[in-house]
Write a protein that binds this ligand. Structure first.
Ligand SMILES: *Cc1c(COP(=O)(O)O)cnc(C)c1O
Length: 333
């Protein structure tokens, strides 16, 4: 598993810190909870997409692209980080935004991530929920190419076998931090959406024989669909790095009990988790991904799912820029 075989550009501040959360751990009465700070990757307020984009953007440059085409929800953290990476590399960025929320607030439509997309000068096109985005992105790419440019399509969340390399690399980084500091990791928990984060992590962990269970907490799809999506991407990624068959279906576990009414729709438990972590640890999580995943972690701890002596790593995937888009929906008292 030698990731230096694959083209990569440097975009993220790495390694991201691994921090203990003593006040949260005490508040919950154990286990020992640590946070892997991928909210501190540095680019455009940080987040997990930056690790993936180190590989996706390098692939685009290698193909001679001058324009990136990508897709996300209106408040996509992926789009925000891609728009910033494109600026840094001198590329244009064509963005397709999907309207997934009914009756969005003015903040949702104009603040948070979409404000940053505009600051980065991305060319934004808006589409209704359920659009065929593979076809729509191809159309945009064809138009770019017809006009004399060279387009490169990065799929939603940069979640293909190329972007997932960023999280294979994160698994290597995390194990080396644990080894150097003498930390025995019993569980890793992360939000899971377009699957590149969990898919890449599971490949890295399995290829290194880490023997650490990984739990994805879903924010969108039901469990069977989410697990299959992660497994399929993990298999493709394992093939790509020359470790075919390293991930078994049973290695992919998702809990999708914390989605609530749907993607991007706030839940009470998310709101509680965001407020709790802010006030106990000074950390910011987001309403769509990391806040719901954290709500899942907190609920599982309260239900006794983990041993009180366990060391649990929660991968903080970022997203706090979206808090501003949810200003009118978050309860702060
Ligand atoms: C995209 C995203 C996720 C989910 O990661 P995937 O690789 O899409 O599964 C989690 N948290 C945040 C903040 C994100 O932006």
């Amino acid at each position: 598993m030698l990731l230096s075989r694959f083209p990569r550009v440097s975009l993220a501040h790495l390694p991201t810190p691994l921090e203990h959360l003593p006040r949260l751990s005490e508040h919950l009465g154990g286990p020992h909870i640590y946070v892997k700070r991928d909210d501190c990757t540095g680019l455009a307020t940080g987040g997990n997409k930056t690790r993936k984009l180190e590989f996706s953007m390098a692939a685009a440059l290698q193909q001679g692209a001058d324009t990136i085409v990508t897709v996300g929800a209106v408040q996509s953290n992926h789009v925000r980080q891609t728009a910033a990476a494109a600026c840094k590399l001198g590329l244009r960025c064509e963005v397709l935004l999907e309207h997934r929320i009914d009756e969005p607030s003015d903040d949702y439509l104009n603040s948070g991530n979409v404000l940053l997309d505009r600051i980065y000068g991305a060319n934004i096109r808006e589409y209704p929920d359920g659009t065929d985005f593979d076809a729509a992105m191809q159309t945009v790419a064809d138009d770019v190419n017809t006009a004399g440019g060279k387009a490169y399509i990065i799929p939603g969340g940069a979640s293909n076998h190329i972007g997932a390399l960023g999280y294979v690399n994160c698994a290597i980084e995390l194990l080396s931090q644990a080894n150097d500091s003498g930390l025995v990791i019993d569980h890793i928990v992360t939000a899971t959406g377009s699957a590149g984060t969990q898919g890449g992590l599971v490949v890295g962990l399995k290829a290194m024989n880490a023997n650490i269970p990984l739990l994805g907490i879903g924010v969108n799809a039901p469990q069977d669909k989410q697990e299959q999506k992660v497994f399929d991407l993990a298999c493709e990624t394992a093939d790509y790095i020359g470790a075919p068959g390293v991930v078994e279906r049973a290695d992919v576990v998702a809990n999708c009990d914390y989605v609530g009414d749907g993607y991007g729709i706030p839940t009470e438990a998310m709101n509680e988790a965001v407020i709790l972590l802010a006030r106990l640890e000074g950390l910011l999580f987001d309403p769509v991904y990391s806040g719901k995943a954290l709500a899942g972690l907190i609920d599982l701890v309260r239900k006794g799912h983990f041993d009180a002596a366990n060391n649990i790593i929660f991968l903080h995937t970022g997203g706090s820029a979206a808090l501003f888009a949810y200003a009118s929906q978050l309860k702060t008292d």
